[in-house]
Design a binder for this molecule. Sequence first.
Ligand code: SAM
Length: 251
Amino acid sequence: DPGLYFVSTPIGNARDITLRALDILGAADVLAAEDTRSLRHLMDIHGIPTAGRTILSYHDHNGERMRPRLLGELAEGRSVAYASEAGTPLVADPGFQLARAAISQGYMVTAAPGPSAAIAALTVSGLPSDRFLFAGFPPSQSGQRKRWLAELANIPATLVLYESPRRINGLFSDLVQTLGPERSAVICRELTKRFEEVLRGPIGVLAEQVAERPLKGEIVVLIDRAGHKAASEDELETALREALECHSIRE
Ligand code: SAM
């Protein structure tokens, strides 16, 4: 069917792609990708014919120029499938402006949902998942980053950040200063890949670990919400006793 299809692609393990995503890539009139080579490679791995098919490049730096072209294809009644380099388009990746333009012009916009590093990290973090805030990449410069962290510090939700391994050390020393060393945090590295690793602990302990051992690869950092504190056994027992006493008095 004509329209714009946002196709999620793997974040590491090439088999993390849905059957529907492959169907859409196989059938789309027009393919567009942030990185045309990696989309072609992914299609080759899964046996989706790429011979003779053009994959248009669409990324942050040519978006303004390429959007009219893709919207033109939609205007001709064609189906356009777009994939970013990895994971879900629009999640710290291009696609938002394209989605907005297509929606405002009345075209069908749909998603072939799939992997996203933020959700995979939340899943394995062990931090509360009922409420989370995806904050994307922190500013790379320390002063700005501290202000950015201070704004997030009291939000009652698990915070999910993307960070480059080069800056993880700087991020953690700023976290110690802005959020304090006690809060629980999690570092998820190379999810779904061979060297997948999850480090869990108080911010202060993780800060020491990343200072001693530089981390490589792709990283998601998660931080527990402000004021959320795991109840100790004593606290639980007191609360339980109070609740029971209260109950028996009423009876
Ligand atoms: N659109 C992607 C998504 O849905 O997750 C994110 C694209 S963003 C440009 C790339 C960042 O995502 C990386 O710098 C890293 O923070 C995170 N990331 C991507 N793949 C990852 C993986 N396998 N393990 C951990 N983090 C990953």
